[in-house]
Design a protein around this ligand. Structure first.
Ligand code: ZN
Length: 441
């Protein structure tokens, strides 16, 4: 048993007040509900709680283009008619799943700032685990909104972690493929992405098992394509062996864990059948490696269950048991009729067969075993992790050198030129998908 991990929690009270629109499934209110559960369960006493800063345009520009950031900063529901060309170009507006709503840009600043604050705290060695339930918007691209996501706080946080850590592991347990993060780091061996997701006629359409990375990053994208009805047991049988092998061969200095709660049973958009325990088992297992970890939110559209999930996962990160009775709080009525924390899986078939799960597990383990001793991995074992950056001067020096590294050849900034994925995967399911199928269900 290692020393207790120090947990920092980042929150902005305003983040729950933004509204995508009446029929839109993304409800930022769920973050406030989760926060109130965390408070009333008393978990705030066991971690350091911070009000995070709003991210600045220059912080966002570490990944996103300036014209895209400027557009997000300026467009409002009142003036959007004057921006129709840019709305088209950036995939924003009423004909997309990324509407223009009041305070849109401020919302992106809040969730992004909290992820960056978490990454900086981890980089300084001030905590072992940093939590931002408002973050995890994994679909956003360099200059394009996608799947309810505008600014990719995850890519920005990973870039921050790469200032200090030679290798960063990204894990994504959202029901959707973590396409924006994968694309940003598809050609580098400094970031490994591991996404488990529903694949086949489902948003965003990417995440085939054979999409394993390109150039320097070949082998460093790990995709577990799954189908409807995933149970706790089935999920664990993929997650644990693959994760163990990743830790063995990749040996990350830091981890970013996206905990999208739309992989839970009963989600409005998702189609998996995980309980809080199965979902949180991934959190507990990741924590057991005792590597500095940034824990983020993500999708989740049955909002009472999203709040349950992230409150429970906060308790898991704090090694604290929670009573199954939901404590009285401002949103108590949302937890009717049972007012219990934990969820019961639906009685339905897991469409993932034993054989299909075994095949995914074996293919991914083979992909990872094949990497052992890869020159790029050996080369990257050399730079040590900085524990603490004491002087601003040192920090500045580090920032400059990393910036130069990133601007050098083979830079993988998520631009269209960097995306080497084969869009036409052999079964023809690699094309772009929208959310229509799920929303109609
Ligand atoms: Zn999702």
């Amino acid at each position: 048993m290692t020393a207790k991990q120090r947990v920092s929690y980042f929150y902005q009270p305003e983040v729950g007040h933004f509204y995508y629109g009446p029929s839109h499934p993304m409800k930022p209110h769920r973050i406030k509900m989760a926060h109130h559960l965390i408070l009333t369960y008393g978990l705030y006493r066991k971690m350091e709680c911070y009000r995070s800063h709003p991210a600045s345009p220059s912080e966002m520009a570490a990944f996103h283009t300036e014209d895209y950031i400027n557009f997000l900063a300026k467009v409002t529901p009142d003036n959007m008619r004057g921006y129709s060309n840019q709305m088209n170009r950036f995939n924003v507006g009423e004909y997309t799943d990324c509407p223009v709503f009041d305070g849109l840009y401020e919302f992106t600043q809040l969730y992004t700032g909290a992820s960056l604050d978490g990454a900086v705290k981890l980089n300084r060695g001030d905590c072992d685990i940093a939590i931002n339930w408002s973050g995890g918007l994994h679909h956003a691209k360099k200059s394009e909104a996608s799947g309810f996501c505008y600014i990719n706080d995850i890519v920005l946080a990973i870039l921050e972690l790469l200032k200090v850590h030679a290798r960063v592991l990204y894990i994504d347990i959202d029901v959707h493929h973590g396409d924006g993060v994968e694309e940003a780091f598809y050609c580098t061996d400094r970031v490994m992405t591991f996404s488990l997701h529903k694949y086949g006629d489902f948003f965003p359409g990417t995440g085939h098992i054979k999409d394993t990375g390109a150039k320097e990053g070949t082998g460093f994208s790990v995709n577990a394509p799954l189908t409807s009805g995933m149970t706790d047991d089935a999920y664990e049988k993929i997650f644990k062996p693959v994760m163990s092998k990743i830790m063995e061969v990749f040996r990350p200095g830091a981890i970013v864990l996206q905990c999208g709660a739309d992989s839970l049973t009963g989600d409005r958009l998702g189609c998996f059948n995980l309980t809080l325990k199965g979902h949180a088992e991934c959190v507990a297992f990741t924590k057991s490696f005792n590597v500095p970890t940034l824990v983020l939110g993500g999708g989740g559209y049955t909002i009472r269950n999203v709040a349950r999930c992230w409150a429970y996962e906060t308790s898991v990160l704090l090694d604290t048991e929670l009573p199954n009775e939901i404590p009285y709080n401002d949103y108590y009525e949302y937890y009717a009729p049972d007012f219990k924390l934990h969820l019961t899986p639906e009685q339905r078939e897991n469409m993932n067969t034993e054989a299909s799960l075994e095949s995914v597990r074996v293919d991914l383990l083979n992909q990872l075993i094949g990497m052992k001793g890869a020159p790029s991995v050996q080369m990257l074992e050399v730079p040590p992790d900085f524990e603490v950056i004491k002087e601003n001067l040192e920090a500045e020096k580090e920032r400059k050198s990393t910036k130069e590294d990133r601007e050098g050849e083979g830079m993988n900034d998520g631009g269209s030129g960097d995306d080497k994925r084969n869009r036409n995967t052999k079964d023809g399911k690699g094309e772009k998908r929208d959310h229509d199928a799920e929303l109609a269900a």
